[in-house]
Design a protein around this ligand. Structure first.
Ligand SMILES: [Zn+2]
Ligand SMILES: [Zn+2]
Length: 157
């Protein structure tokens, strides 16, 4: 059981809708899709500034960023003065963190969050329906569950 050490996130409605649109339009119900949420804030409440949908390869069960994609993403972050605080990707079936997901996360610093969305985000992400959320902490991924998950995100209308 996570103690909920992750920062709380404030997610504006436009960020949520744009994320769902990427999952729908890129994934087309048959391929995994990958997005990132950024913030320029610090502290216990992080307001999400924008969603980034990087160019990425994908199959029904994987997503991949090339080194050049990661480089372009980092340049974009420098230009905007923000940083990636959450990684989100879809799965064809149930949501969980595969070993590959553990190893290939873009950022591996304490507090970084990974959200896995089941069934190609067919049910959207509002309220994180059946999503799996993990927080990177001291070299490993801890699942965030229960009350900690309930209070993790404040969804703006
Ligand atoms: Zn995509
Ligand atoms: Zn995965």
């Amino acid at each position: 059981m996570s103690a909920g050490r992750a920062s709380r996130l404030v997610v504006p409605a436009n960020v949520r809708r744009e994320t769902e649109r990427h999952f729908r339009e890129c994934g087309k119900g048959s391929r995994e899709c990958l997005t990132f949420w950024t913030s320029s804030g610090t502290g216990e409440r992080l307001r999400i500034a924008r969603v980034i949908h990087p160019p990425h390869a994908s199959t029904a069960v994987t997503t991949d960023l090339t080194g050049a994609d990661v480089c372009a993403l980092n340049m974009d972050l420098i230009a905007h003065g923000d940083r990636v605080v959450v990684q989100l990707h879809t799965h064809p079936g149930r949501a969980f963190h595969s070993q590959r997901d553990d190893e290939l996360a873009l950022v591996q610093t304490n507090g970084f969050l990974s959200i896995v969305v089941p069934r190609f985000a067919g049910a959207g992400i509002l309220g994180l329906p059946e999503c799996y959320v993990a927080e990177f902490r001291n070299g490993s991924w801890d699942a965030i569950e229960g009350d900690a998950l309930e209070s993790l995100i404040q969804w703006e209308a």
